[in-house]
Write a protein that binds this ligand. Structure first.
Ligand SMILES: [Ca+2]
Length: 240
């Protein structure tokens, strides 16, 4: 009986000592837990997108379409790209289908993206495009566009393409197209329409090889004009 009591006492003491060790040295209790994964998976990191201030002016959008994305008030998830990916569009050469009515084409890639009208580049009515020359072939991972986010609006026939030449004849890839009836002549697109906001629209270009990036629109829910505040092209040089 005495031996049994002695064994029970020893076990209780051992348990108390283990608990005290775990409290004093957490590594005793976490030794088997897997290492916590960092934001950066091996070789890729989230692109550091700097967002402008949201706008709280303007009337709510009165537009209904089965092609319109349902409203989302969530922040975009981090977008991972290979290390070394930069905004290759910044301060590069921009050409446009027509001369802007407001602003200069260089403002599309000047890094300024607040919603105020002084940052706005306005192109005339009808189908219009802007094109960015990255200066050299790149692997393009993400194209982010802020058309005009002062008030809620939807831009029509939004299409994003990349190519190796400025005439868009070599290695042409369409990454986004919501021209559902081919009214802009870019082919029928099945992507959704969306409401502009301060986060801009990120188009996944999946590492496409390209030197030129072209963005198209054909008016919007407020008027028939076409607008750009900023376009970013997150890419890495191919080294060619
Ligand atoms: Ca700008």
């Amino acid at each position: 009986m005495a031996v049994r009591k002695f064994v029970i006492c020893c076990l209780l003491c051992l348990a108390v000592i283990c608990c005290l060790l775990c409290l004093a040295f957490p590594c005793f209790s976490e030794a088997a837990a897997p290492a916590k994964e960092d934001n950066a998976v091996a070789g890729v990191v989230p692109i550091p997108i700097e967002l402008p201030q949201p706008s709280f002016i303007g009337t709510p959008l009165d537009y209904r379409s089965k092609r319109l994305e349902p409203p989302s008030f969530r922040m975009r998830k981090p977008f991972l790209t290979p290390k070394g990916t930069l905004n290759a569009a910044l301060k590069k050469t921009v050409t446009t289908s027509e001369i802007p009515l407001i602003g200069k084409v260089s403002q599309i890639v000047d890094g300024k993206k607040q919603h105020n009208k002084k940052f706005l580049v306005e192109l005339p009515n009808g189908p219009q495009w802007i094109q960015i020359d990255l200066g050299a072939p790149h692997h393009v991972h993400a194209i982010i566009v802020w058309h005009y986010h002062e008030s809620e609006r939807v831009y029509f026939d939004f299409a994003v393409m990349t190519a190796m030449d400025e005439k868009l004849s070599q290695e042409v890839t369409t990454h986004y197209n919501n021209d559902h009836d081919n009214s802009s002549g870019l082919g029928v697109g099945k992507d959704r329409e969306y409401v502009e906001d301060f986060q801009g629209r990120l188009v996944d270009a999946k590492g496409a090889r390209a030197r030129y990036v072209r963005l198209n629109t054909n008016g919007n829910t407020t008027n028939d004009l076409n607008h750009y505040i900023e376009v970013e092209v997150w890419a890495r040089p191919t080294g060619e």
